[in-house]
Design a binder for this molecule. Structure first.
Ligand SMILES: C[S@@+](CC[C@H](N)C(=O)[O-])C[C@H]1O[C@@H](n2cnc3c(N)ncnc32)[C@H](O)[C@@H]1O
Length: 486
């Protein structure tokens, strides 16, 4: 049987539970979760809980605990294949493929290669590897051999064939002198020790790069958008992150690193949406299904509802309470030069009532301008807001700033009429330098249907760039845009 293993102390529960959650989604195997010096009861069915107690007399000791845990588990799972994962690993949907390598195991664990092979820094006291080699009486010259890649122990595979090296690794990792002087001897704790043991064996088998080390939180969105749309060449994000080129991205099975709660919401929801719809919501009519699938189904607002066409669509596939906000009266043309300006508002309101018919107990029409209506909602109280009122730059910008705070974390801020053109290539702006006059194709085939003044693209782009958001856009010409609130 195949199992994953991880280990964590009380401070790491938050990370470990992300791991359990993702394995429950992506893996058919269970995880042996070894809690250190405390009882852990899991709410996840895929978790086998074990407790391991160790002497906590020095804080440094828990940096060397991994091989001890592996030895401990191996003694009980002697007939099984084990994949160790650090508690701050995020498994991707193809994670179980790691067990395809199981037949490659000889008498040492199969460990993932690090992007940087060399850690050797010149000068005696900084020459970390030299220190540990000499302490273990190992031959330092083997490190110059090109077949000694630096291996990272956040993910590795092992089984009973590796018992003797795991025991040796575990016993050296309990050496009090090394633990107390780890800065000089073991800069990467037990990982440094295992590397020396493997180099001594002149290893020939290891896992190629199957994980990506995550960058710091401020670069997460950059990372994630490139990761989802890989380039022709590898992309480096300083200091430790390398995103493989598109032809190699499928080899990646895990992400490694601590991720904040809010970044995890984005990661998790995009994963779900990826599974649900191949990540691509190509038409706005799919958005309500996405909200429903993501359990964003308490309250939502459409700002600008007109005849209720889109409200009707939302109500078909989404089961929450929908608030429609519209001014439902004419607006001065200097403010709203648009084909949806309601000079015949009574008819439009009647049509909207017709479109929400039979849903009156969960769809509520608020006849108000956007600004006054926003005041009716508490901050972070809405699962989604869809902005489709005045499309001019200033108004879209204002609507985003009015409604963004109303969306709960993990909810969606979205909107209509992000035009599917290279907005910045054509310099044909209106006087304010932000909006454009937009014409659509009429029945004659000519672009003679005046839609109005639009500046959705720059308003949304500026918001995303300022707040470091990944923007998602559907495929229609008048596309919808959406983002998951961090
Ligand atoms: C394009 S229509 C909405 C279409 C609708 N979302 C749909 O897809 O079926 C834009 C609507 O926004 C309303 N509107 C424009 N400015 C507004 C404002 N400041 N506050 C509220 N509604 C506004 C207009 O009255 C109009 O009905």
């Amino acid at each position: 049987m195949n199992y994953y293993i991880t280990t964590f102390d009380e401070k790491y529960i938050e990370h470990a539970e992300k791991l359990f959650f993702l394995l429950a989604k992506h893996s058919k195997y269970k995880i042996i979760a070894v809690s250190l010096n405390f009882d852990y009861i899991s709410k996840y069915d895929n978790v086998i809980c074990l407790r391991c107690d160790f002497d906590k007399s020095s804080i440094e000791r828990n940096k060397f605990i991994k091989p001890i845990v592996c030895e401990y588990v191996l003694n009980s799972f002697i007939n099984d294949n084990l994949c160790y994962l650090d508690a701050d690993i995020l498994p991707l949907s193809n994670c179980d493929e790691i067990f395809d390598n199981i037949n490659e195991i000889l008498d040492y664990p199969l460990v993932a290669r690090h992007i940087y092979d060399g850690i050797v820094v010149h000068g005696f006291d900084k020459n970390y590897e030299y220190n540990i080699f000499s302490y273990l009486n190992a031959d330092f010259s083997i490190r110059k051999d090109k077949f000694t890649p630096y291996l990272q122990t956040c993910v590795f595979l092992f089984n009973y064939k590796c018992q003797s090296i795991i025991q040796k690794w575990s016993s050296i990792s309990q050496d009090e002198f090394l633990i107390q002087n780890y800065k000089k001897y073991c800069h990467a704790y037990d990982e440094t020790i295992l590397n020396v043991l493997l180099w001594e064996k002149k290893i020939t088998n290891f896992l190629e790069k199957i994980h990506i080390d995550l960058p710091s939180s401020d670069k997460f969105n950059t990372f994630y958008s490139i990761f989802n749309h890989p380039k022709e060449e590898d992309v480096f994000i300083p200091d430790i992150t390398r995103i493989p080129k598109i032809s190699e991205i499928n080899k990646i099975k895990f992400l490694h690193g601590k991720i904040s709660k809010t970044d995890f919401i984005v990661f998790q929801q995009q994963l779900i949406s990826k599974k649900y719809n191949n990540m691509k919501i190509n038409h706005r009519d799919i958005l309500p299904q996405l909200f429903e699938t993501l359990k964003l189904k308490n309250k939502g607002v459409e700002v600008g509802s007109y005849k209720g066409f889109y409200a009707n669509q939302i109500l078909k596939d989404w089961t929450g309470k929908l608030f429609l906000v519209d001014i439902w009266r004419p607006i001065n043309i200097s403010v709203y030069n648009d084909s949806s300006n309601q000079f015949d508002y009574e008819k439009i309101i009647a049509e909207c009532c017709q479109n929400i018919k039979d849903n009156e107990d969960r769809c509520f029409m608020i006849r108000s301008d956007s600004q006054n209506a926003a005041e009716l909602f508490e901050d972070e109280s809405l699962d989604f807001v869809y902005i489709d009122a005045n499309h001019k730059y200033e108004y879209v910008k204002q609507d985003i700033s009015l409604w963004y705070p109303k969306v709960r974390k993990g909810g969606v801020l979205a909107g209509h009429d992000y035009c599917n053109i290279d907005w910045y290539a054509d310099k044909n702006y209106t006087e304010n330098g932000k909006d454009k006059h937009i014409w659509t194709q009429g029945s004659s085939g000519k672009f003679d249907n005046y839609a109005g003044e639009f500046g959705v693209n720059p308003a949304v782009d500026e918001f995303c760039s300022k707040n470091n958001y990944i923007l998602n856009i559907t495929d229609e010409w008048f596309a919808s845009w959406y983002l998951f609130k961090k």
